[in-house]
Write a protein that binds this ligand. Structure first.
Ligand code: HEC
Length: 121
């Protein structure tokens, strides 16, 4: 089946697609910028860490050893030279090699990063 009018509607469709594409790009940019632009809540970060990370890592400010003693505590991680906000964000967005199901969602990333920030010496 052919649509004779399609030649006329194409330009409008093209503009709409471009508008949508730039709206999507804007959203992607806004989302990507969110973790560093918005400040998370360190207390929520600690609560999240207690639930989701403390099985393997020492997450309390006073922890000097992790449950798995060869793993770094969160204070140690926070003080690794070069462990910037960006390094943490990219770490949270790639799977832990040893933890295939490891996912940290957006809000929790901000909170965890805020918490890591309180552990820096
Ligand atoms: C089931 C155990 C386990 C849990 C739960 C776990 N981790 Fe890990 N984590 C590991 C292991 C093992 C490593 C080191 C090897 C690796 O990178 O996979 C690691 C490494 C890391 C590193 C990198 C440290 C470095 O030297 O680069 C960070 C950051 C980290 N974990 C954060 C977290 C956070 C945040 C949570 C909770 C949301 C968490 N982990 C939960 C086992 C765990």
């Amino acid at each position: 089946m052919t649509y004779p009018a399609s030649n006329q509607t194409m330009p409008a469709g093209g503009i709409l697609v471009r508008k949508l594409a730039s709206a999507v790009l804007f959203l992607v940019a806004a989302t990507a910028a969110a973790p560093s632009a918005e400040i998370g809540d360190p207390a929520r970060g600690l609560a999240y860490a207690r639930t989701d990370c403390s099985e393997c890592h020492g997450v309390e400010p006073s922890d000097t050893l992790s449950p798995f003693s060869d793993l770094p505590t969160f204070r140690e991680i926070a003080n690794i030279p070069g462990m910037s906000e960006l390094a943490l964000i990219s770490f949270f967005q790639t799977p832990h090699p040893t933890m295939p199901d490891f996912v940290v969602e957006g809000g929790a990333i901000r909170d965890l990063i805020a918490y890591f920030g309180t552990l820096r010496r």
